[in-house]
Design a protein around this ligand. Structure first.
Ligand code: AMP
Length: 119
């Protein structure tokens, strides 16, 4: 299932180009167009899920694949031993800009501190 106005669904469909890193039946990974670290990849399910909040009990296999493949991709990119950060922004307070579940994979150098603490 895809959403016709979703930019990541268009990337999955091949209608918008990306710098692809990895693809299988479930997932696609590609470089973020505005990297914030030397290596900044996105890992997305091919199925359109709006956010982490859209994951239901039936998606447990997908959730497992998403995490396991992200670790695999980190190894492929050569950043597993030095370390990396994974982030899933959810909804407006979470800073999510693209409404298609995605995981940020950040590394290739020391990743800065987490977001500012609550005052
Ligand atoms: P988020 O704020 O968590 O929704 O992150 C969305 C990310 O998607 C941002 O880091 C954008 O730079 C990235 N992005 C948006 N459009 C594209 C695109 N066409 N190709 C690659 N990355 C994109």
């Amino acid at each position: 299932m895809s959403s016709s106005d979703c930019i990541f669904c268009k990337i999955v469909a091949g209608d918008i180009p990306c710098r692809s890193i990895y693809e299988d039946d479930w997932l696609l990974s590609f470089y973020d167009i505005h990297p914030v670290t030397p290596i900044h990849a996105l890992v997305i399910p091919k199925q359109h899920l709006t956010s982490l909040d859209d994951l239901a009990g039936t998606d447990r296999s997908l959730a497992g694949v998403l995490l396991e493949r992200t670790a695999f991709i980190a190894r492929q990119l050569g950043i597993a031993s030095s370390g990396y950060r994974t982030i899933v922004n959810t909804g407006s307070d979470g800073g999510q800009e693209v409404a298609h579940l995605h995981l940020h994979l950040l590394g290739g150098g020391r990743v800065g501190p987490m977001v500012a603490r609550h005052p």
